[in-house]
Design a protein. Structure first.
Length: 346
């Protein structure tokens, strides 16, 4: 492993960390109801916030005219209230611009110094395409709420935005660790690799339903545990939509969580038998720790959902953010495992 690979790998890990922060900023934007406060997409000019009261009032007027959120939910808003929600959406977009700079400037430097190999070029192009697509999906999501019908962006576009962000994060992380982990730390075990892949597939659906939960504020429809408002199986589960009805989404999100913890426990038992890699042996407990934390945070978040704060931040919002953060760490821990494990060639 050469020094150039280490430098580029660490640069990519910085990108992963910044992308995780970006997702958390997106979570704050959602929890504070800020996502529709900026009604125009200005990738360059939008970097400059309003500089005087005239500009502030112009943007506030656009929010009043273009969103049902203001007309039916926030019609008591003052300019001060608007500034609060504007800040979080602006910060979310501003952080995305900063990520672009952190990607572009070192990328140009690495090319100038001839530190990038031919094998890296397709992956770096992939990063650029995924990043640009993420920005476009973000605007499509915002546009879905700029009407007189929706009070928030739709949960489908929110889920698409979140899943695409996770694809970008995982791709960047895989690229980074491929430059930082030596071949001697890899393990050949097809069985455990298949188990890891199964868990990642289940995690995909769990993340999707988690985004549905967030978009529909489905935690608030059943702020109880272990039952769902006194029932363990919603009575109308078969007649309600699996992707649109809050109770069904809440139910499936819980069931997938229970399935995940079972699968990860089985995975850990199997992983405990492997002693081939000192690196793997040192960190193989991490996914189990994250999944336990994630389930506990999910329970506490649901129980705290009765204290939902309108356009602010309280216990529910802090727990929801922690829940989202650990979800990302859990996914990345299994991406790391997936890279370490190699199939045995037939």
């Amino acid at each position: 492993m050469n020094n150039n690979n280490k430098i580029i790998g660490r640069w990519l890990l910085l990108g992963v960390a910044m992308l995780v922060v970006q997702v958390l900023l997106g979570g704050i934007t959602r929890l504070t109801g800020s996502g529709l406060s900026i009604t125009e997409w200005k990738p360059l000019l939008g970097a400059i916030p309003p500089m005087n009261n005239v500009e502030w009032n112009q943007l506030f007027q656009l929010y009043q005219e273009k969103t049902g959120q203001f007309k039916y939910l926030n019609n008591d808003f003052t300019l001060s209230n608007f500034k609060f929600i504007f800040f979080w959406e602006w910060m979310h977009r501003e952080w995305a611009r900063l990520i672009s700079i952190v990607f572009l400037i070192p990328f140009i430097y690495f090319i100038y110094k001839k530190m990038i190999t031919k094998e890296m070029i397709p992956k770096l192009i992939g990063l650029f395409v995924l990043g640009a697509a993420q920005g476009l999906i973000g605007w499509i999501m915002v546009a879905s709420g700029l009407n007189d019908k929706n009070l928030y962006v739709t949960h489908i576009t929110l889920a698409t935005h979140f899943i695409s962000a996770m694809v970008l994060i995982c791709f960047t992380y895989w690229f980074a660790i491929s430059l930082l982990i030596s071949q001697k730390e890899e393990i050949k075990n097809s069985t455990l690799k298949k188990w890891t892949l199964r868990i990642l597939i289940v995690l995909f659906f769990q993340l999707m339903y988690g985004a549905f939960m967030a978009g529909l504020k489905a935690a608030t429809v059943a702020p109880t545990w272990p039952s769902i408002n006194g029932d363990y199986f919603p009575s109308a589960i078969s007649s309600q939509s699996w992707i649109n009805h809050p109770i069904n989404i809440h139910f499936f999100h819980r069931m997938i969580a229970y399935l995940l913890i079972l699968l990860v426990v089985i995975w850990y038992v199997k992983a405990s038998k492997l002693k081939d890699s000192a690196l793997f042996n040192k960190y193989k407990w991490v996914p189990l720790g994250f999944v336990i934390m994630q389930v506990l945070l999910g329970i506490f978040t649901v129980l705290a959902s009765t204290h939902l704060t309108r356009n602010g931040f309280g216990m529910f919002e802090y727990l929801a953010q922690a829940h989202q953060l650990i979800a990302m760490f859990l996914v990345l821990s299994f991406i790391w495992v997936m890279y370490i494990l190699k199939k045995i060639k037939a």
